[in-house]
Design a protein around this ligand. Structure first.
Ligand code: ATP
Length: 369
């Protein structure tokens, strides 16, 4: 059982019908959510959807207008920010420039305890955990951006919070370092067993690090699920469109059992799909399919139940894969993606080529809206 599927598991954090208003603007709208101990939980959504507000309420910088937030079953409303077993790591890291790496990490501990030996031991442990022992004597300006990020992390974890909030923790790092650091972050999260809640704009980052992802829109949760479910079984056009690349076709449904035909464009054959949902006859529906599930070839291939003809308008070469932008006869643009296992020059599909797109009846998902 994953903790979120285990009826006996108690959540570490519970948002219970939480609403947060700023004046007459509703930033968080009657939101209910459970997060479990040791999860690496990601909040994802467009700018302004309320991610930071969620974090600030957990940290204690904002209070809910309505509803409750519980930590280990206790309402945290009366507990001031510095007394919560919660820490927040900011994107700016907020390191003290005049203090060494070691003293930055020790800072919070020294304010709370006089036991020098114990503090020193904890700081050494944090230095080891974040592989900073060698740099312990340096000042923040004498280390790299990635190392500074690790100092901020070590400092946030030093007091062993139950919950660490990470607001765009890797935003300041370049792409390659960011990817490396994602794995480091996962490793540290696993070693410490601390629950991490991360806010990120980068959906790939959320999918990489998170045990579960919450996709938000306008103060509401749209879908909360593991990354693979979010990607392969989005519950709405919104989620399908927000995460990754997707082709979405709007049409009218006609269903028999788990088979649906989607009539979607004049002169195009209906799309044959399989679904567990039910659609009323002629109800408006959407068919969403990832580009990598669409097969592209210069010969008509009838081995799959869906076959569409079009012309290659553009090719985006990404090294390991290429994305083909194909215009169908009715004007619809569709993307197909394939692995570049052979050299591009030998793949034989180029601009302006007439091509056939094909996909199976289970390659996409049917959505009501
Ligand atoms: P971003 O990704 O841009 O950081 P976000 O999803 O974190 O966005 P929030 O910062 O949580 O969004 O803000 C949610 C909404 O609440 C926004 O429309 C914002 O303008 C509004 N808001 C946040 N704080 C306040 C405040 N103190 N007073 C008024 N409105 C606020």
């Amino acid at each position: 059982f994953a903790p979120w599927d285990d009826p006996d598991e108690k959540p570490l954090i519970q948002f219970r019908n939480v609403t947060k208003r700023f004046g007459d603007f509703t930033a968080i709208d009657d939101l209910t959510l459970d997060i479990y101990a040791q999860e690496f939980f990601a909040l994802l959504g467009p700018s302004g959807c309320g991610k930071t507000t969620m974090m600030r309420m957990l940290a204690g910088f904002e209070t809910p207008t309505e509803g409750n937030i519980l930590l280990s079953g206790q309402d945290i409303a009366p507990i001031p920010p510095n007394k919560r077993a919660v820490n927040m790591m900011f994107q700016s890291y907020a390191l003290f420039p005049h203090l060494s790496v070691r003293d930055n990490i020790a800072f919070g501990l020294r304010r709370e305890s006089k036991d020098k030996a114990k503090i020193d031991e904890r700081v050494e442990e944090m230095l080891r955990l974040t592989r900073l022992t060698k740099f312990a004597g340096r000042k923040p300006h004498q280390i790299s951006g990635g190392q500074r990020q690790r100092v901020a992390l070590a400092r946030s974890l030093a007091k062993a919070p139950k919950l660490l909030l990470l607001d765009e923790p890797l935003g300041a790092l370049d792409r390659k370092l960011r990817e490396e650091t994602q794995f480091e972050l996962m490793d540290i999260q696993e070693k410490t067993g601390t629950t991490f809640v991360i806010v990120t704009h980068d959906q790939e980052e959320a999918m990489t690090v998170a045990s579960r992802v919450a996709v938000m829109d306008e103060g509401k949760l749209i879908q909360v699920a593991t990354p693979d479910v979010i990607y392969e079984a989005p519950n709405s056009v919104y989620v399908a469109d927000f995460i990754g690349d997707v082709n979405i076709v709007e049409g009218r449904a006609s269903q028999t059992g788990d088979k649906v035909d989607v009539a979607w464009a004049e002169g195009q054959p209906p799309i044959h799909a399989t679904t567990q949902k039910s659609f009323d006859r002629d109800a408006q529906c959407y068919f969403a399919i990832r580009p990598e599930k669409v097969h592209i070839s210069k010969e008509r291939d009838d081995s799959r139940p869906n076959v569409l003809q079009g012309k290659v308008i553009d090719i985006a070469y990404l090294g390991n894969i290429s994305t083909y932008h194909v215009r169908l006869a009715d004007g619809t643009m569709m993307k197909a993606q394939s692995a570049n296992t052979r050299r591009l020059a030998n793949r034989g599909i180029t601009w302006e080529d007439e091509v056939w797109l094909s996909f199976t009846d289970t390659a996409g998902v049917m959505l009501a809206r």
